[in-house]
Write a protein that binds this ligand. Structure first.
Ligand SMILES: [Fe+2]
Ligand SMILES: [Fe+2]
Length: 248
C-alpha cells in the first residue's frame, strides 16, 4: 500500500482548450498516455493517488466526462482536490459528486479521507499572484494593493474550508495528517502564510501542492523541509508525469 500524488493534468479529451505549453512544449505531448503508463508501472489497486487539482478544461460536468473516465481508469483509489480550473466542481455540491462517482472517484473538500492512521485533508488554497511591479533588475518594488486585498479574502475563505477538513478528521480521532493544496502554500513574497501556520499547528507530516507549472514557476514557494514539515510541488510537468510517492 502506498500513497502517491500529482497535479495539473489539464485534460482535454472533450475540449479544444489547451494552454500554450500544452500546445507547444514537448513535455506535454502525449502526457495523458505517459502518466497512465507511469502510474501502471509503480501503482497497484491497493494504492491511493491524490490528484491535486486542475484536472480538466471542461467547464461543466457534461464537458469533462471523458476526462473523468480517464482518471477512473488509473490504478488504485483516486482522490481529487479542486483546482482553479475545475469549473465542473461546484464547491457546494461536493457531496453530490461523491454520491455520483461513489466507488470510482473521491472528492476532497470540507471532508477528509483516511490512509492508514493518516487523515488526508485539503482544499484548493490560494495565494496572491500579482500584478507585481518590478524595477529594471527584476526586483519587486510593489504590487496591486486592490488585488492583494481580494487575494487576502480568498485566502481567508480557503483557510476556513481547510479548517473544516481538519475538524472532520480530528472529530474522528485522527492525529496524523497529510495536507493537500492546489495553490502553493506561500506567494512569491511570503515566507509563511495562513496555510503554513495551519500545517504547523496540526504538525502535519507533509504539505503537497501543485498549480506551479512551467519551469520558471517551480520555485515560487517552499520546497523541501521547513520546521519539520516536508513541502512538495507535484505539478505534472515538474514531475515529468511520474506520480510522487508521498507515503510508503
Ligand atoms: Fe494548472
Ligand atoms: Fe492551477
Amino acid at each position: 500500500m502506498a500513497l502517491y500524488a500529482l497535479g495539473d493534468l489539464h485534460l482535454s479529451f472533450q475540449s479544444e482548450i489547451k494552454s500554450v505549453a500544452q500546445r507547444e512544449s514537448r513535455l506535454w505531448q502525449g502526457h495523458e498516455e505517459r502518466f497512465l503508463e507511469n502510474c501502471r508501472e509503480v501503482m497497484t489497486d491497493d494504492d491511493t493517488i491524490v490528484l491535486v487539482g486542475d484536472h480538466t478544461w471542461g467547464s461543466k460536468l457534461p464537458y469533462c466526462q471523458k476526462d473523468l473516465q480517464y482518471i477512473e481508469s488509473l490504478p488504485g483509489r483516486k482522490i481529487l482536490l479542486r483546482g482553479n480550473h475545475d469549473h465542473f466542481w461546484d464547491v457546494k455540491k461536493t457531496e453530490r459528486l461523491n454520491e455520483m462517482f461513489e466507488g470510482k472517484l473521491h472528492f476532497l473538500q470540507n471532508n477528509y479521507f483516511s490512509y492508514g492512521d493518516y487523515a488526508l485533508v485539503g482544499t484548493k488554497g490560494y495565494c496572491f499572484e500579482g500584478p507585481f511591479y518590478v524595477d529594471g533588475s527584476g526586483r519587486i518594488t510593489g504590487f496591486d494593493e486592490k488585488e492583494a486585498e481580494h487575494a487576502a479574502m480568498l485566502v481567508e475563505r480557503e483557510t476556513e474550508r481547510l479548517q473544516k477538513s481538519f475538524d472532520a478528521a480530528v472529530a474522528d480521532g485522527y492525529q496524523k495528517f497529510i495536507m493537500f493544496l492546489h495553490y502553493p502554500p506561500t506567494s512569491i513574497m511570503e515566507k509563511n502564510s495562513a496555510f503554513t501556520k495551519m500545517a504547523e499547528k496540526y504538525h502535519v507530516g507533509q504539505v503537497v501542492y501543485a498549480h506551479c507549472h512551467g519551469e520558471e514557476r517551480f520555485h515560487d514557494s517552499i520546497r523541501g523541509r521547513k520546521r519539520g514539515i516536508r513541502y512538495s510541488l507535484v505539478s505534472g510537468d515538474c514531475l515529468r508525469w511520474k506520480p510522487m510517492k508521498v507515503l510508503p
